[in-house]
Design a protein around this ligand. Structure first.
Ligand code: AGP
Length: 612
């Protein structure tokens, strides 16, 4: 959830670190800090002005000392409040070793107690600071920084990415990781460490992954990596598919509105070459042989947040087209159950970032239990992409806004392509049926474009709802995952209590909450359950609720039941979710903006969730 960057061998490490932190800020923005080695001393500055820390550090630019190397961090607080003394980098008692950390050191209390007993003085409430003191102790016993980090990593429990520097080894950065991502890179004269490819793309595309429990030594122009046993490892080059420009706002008010508008392109790119005109499919990165896929007995989708909703949206296609039993599970719950899995189970993890720790560990657990695994992700060579047996890449480009928009719709569409693919392999559809379905999926970028084209209309409608405090989102069938996603978006961006609920389930309890103060948003686009849904709308109307109806363009029957109408182009219900969710993205966006909220960096959240 935090961002790490380290640079060595540069004439302007401060500038490169601040550029990197600006690109990493979407990962966490409670506070930020930088440490540089200047001469044989450490210089450190930190700031904890929420969302403004990097700006504050930038203002220090002219006073930053001449240096060749440094490390920087942008933080999403877990242990200890988002204050300056809890901001990274943390230093040891001597002030000569600095560390930045992502993840959680689970045994930090135990380590802290031991360090305290040995006389170390800690100055923060973080779990991270203990690592600086552990390294200090190893250095005092004669180790160099690389050896000290090797020894220290062995006593740590938890998930972590760590980068270190020492005033006594001015041009050396040392990095290690377990589960949390961390990469290293180089040019002929510079060495880099980062938690995220995008932060270093402006300097180099020569990037390498660090494996679990490996330790990397980065010097100007060179990288050395050893594994947990101390044997030298050949670094694995990363494939880089994005340019630097993709992570810029390019004239939009914010990343979120840019990314909402990018959805038609994201979907079109995700579909390129994957559905042929006759309805056949090509999924070349999948890597699992067709005969193995044909024999799959069931699919378990694991994911979190919006990715979980994308899984729910794709389930109908997996069941109805491919005739494969499918359950969709919250990754953080799945991992700690005792799920029954065998070799005929396909576990499909969905994760925009490919890093979410809950999903990553659930995927590992499924693999350990013998499942075949696939990850559907937007990030090439991400942690999960390297872990799973097969990969399905959305091609949405980098998503910077914390709220998932273009990646969410791209996930839904790619999952539908995968369902069609599986259906063909399993011979569950005739060529004619496959051609019809293929054409429907192929029409989605155009339909989403029409929905996105109504951005200003949706926004104006949403502004009538700027004062809402409590909202129910209801849907049935294809509309239910859309309702869940609408509620999540409103919560995370507008800070409005919102609940997504199956419309048919309201009468079993929650309808007691409905009175004339309630606002109920209903996904009422046409489908098999349309008539039943109209009855559910009548039920909440009868109790005085303000009813917002999302319906097909020109649908008077649905529109008549509404106080407020949001329209989308009509589309077959099996593939409707990606279209229907667009007005809800704009609804949450507009209400959040009307309330003065930062839509790209909502409070308490981070883009990449690397803690449990
Ligand atoms: C979506 O708007 C959220 N910010 C969040 O729910 C997100 O979808 C979730 O954290 C999962 O992330 P992932 O897709 O990167 O795994």
């Amino acid at each position: 959830m935090c961002g790490i960057i380290g640079v060595t061998g540069s004439d302007d490490p401060f500038g490169l670190i601040l550029d990197g932190l600006t690109l990493l800020e979407y990962r966490g923005y409670d506070s930020a800090g930088v440490a540089l080695v200047t001469g044989r001393e450490l210089w450190r500055r930190r700031s904890a002005i929420r969302g403004e820390s990097i700006g504050e550090l930038l203002r220090l630019g002219p006073t930053a000392p001449v240096a060749r190397a440094g490390i920087g961090h942008t933080r999403w607080a877990t242990h200890g409040a988002p204050t300056e003394h809890n901001a990274h980098p943390h230093v040891d008692c001597t002030g000569r070793v600095a560390v930045v950390h992502n993840g959680i050191i689970e045994n930090h209390r135990e380590i802290a107690a031991k360090l305290d007993a040995e006389g170390h003085t800690r100055t923060s409430e973080t779990d991270s600071e203990v690592v600086a003191h552990l390294v200090e102790a190893e250095l005092a016993s004669g180790a160099d920084l690389f050896e000290a980090v090797q020894r220290c990593a062995k006593v740590l429990r938890g998930d972590f990415a760590l980068a270190f520097m020492s005033a006594d080894e001015p041009e050396v950065l040392v990095a290690t990781r377990r589960s949390s991502p961390l990469i290293v890179g180089r040019t002929d004269s510079i060495g880099l460490v980062s938690s995220d490819i995008s932060a270093v793309l402006g300097t180099t595309r020569e990037l390498y992954a660090i494996g679990d429990d490996e330790v990397a030594e980065v010097r100007p122009g060179s990288i050395r990596i050893v594994d947990a046993e101390g044997s030298t490892v050949d670094p694995v080059p990363l494939r880089v598919s994005w340019g630097v420009r993709a992570a810029l706002r390019e004239g939009y008010e914010d990343f979120m509105s840019k990314e909402i508008h990018e959805q038609p392109r994201a979907l079109a790119d995700t579909l390129v070459g994957r559905i042929l005109p006759e309805g056949t499919t090509e999924l070349e990165e999948l890597e699992i042989p067709a005969e193995e896929l044909a024999s799959i007995g069931r699919v378990i989708v694991i994911a979190c947040g919006s990715s979980y909703h994308a899984g729910l949206a794709g389930r109908a296609a997996l069941e109805s087209w491919a005739k494969v039993p499918c359950t969709v599970e919250i990754a953080s719950e799945f991992r700690y159950r005792d799920p029954v899995i065998d070799a005929s189970t396909l576990v499909l993890a969905i994760s925009q970032s490919g890093e979410t720790v809950d999903t990553f560990h659930a995927l590992r657990e499924a693999k350990r239990r013998g499942a075949r695994t696939i990850v559907l992700t937007n990030v090439v060579d991400s942690l999960m992409a390297r872990e799973a047996d097969g990969v399905l890449y959305t091609r949405a480009g980098p998503e910077i806004g914390v709220a998932s928009t273009k990646c969410h719709t791209a996930q839904i569409v790619l999952l539908q392509v995968f369902a069609l693919h599986l259906a063909l392999i399993r011979r569950q559809l005739t060529p004619e049926q496959a051609a019809v379905i293929g054409a429907r999926i192929a029409s989605l970028p155009g339909l989403v474009e029409r929905a996105v084209g109504q951005f200003d209309t949706y926004r104006a409608t949403a502004e009538q709802l700027a004062e809402v405090n409590d909202v129910f989102f209801l849907g049935r069938g294809h509309g239910y995952p859309v309702a869940l996603e609408g509620a999540l978006k409103l919560k995370e961006l507008a800070y409005v209590r919102a609940e997504g609920y199956p419309a048919g389930e309201m009468k079993h309890g929650p309808i007691s909450l409905i009175d004339r103060h309630a606002v109920v948003v209903v996904v009422a686009t046409r489908g098999a359950l349309f008539e039943k849904l109209l009855a559910n709308i009548e039920e909440v109307r009868a109790r005085g609720a303000t009813v917002v109806v999302l319906c097909d363009e020109g649908d008077e029957e649905a529109g008549e039941l509404a106080d407020i109408v949001l329209e989308v182009p009509a589309v077959d219900e099996m593939v409707a979710a990606a279209v229907c969710v667009v007005p809800f993205q704009v609804l949450a966006y507009a209400i959040a903006r009307a309330r003065g909220n930062d839509v790209d960096r909502p409070r308490n959240l981070a883009k990449v969730v690397t803690v449990e």
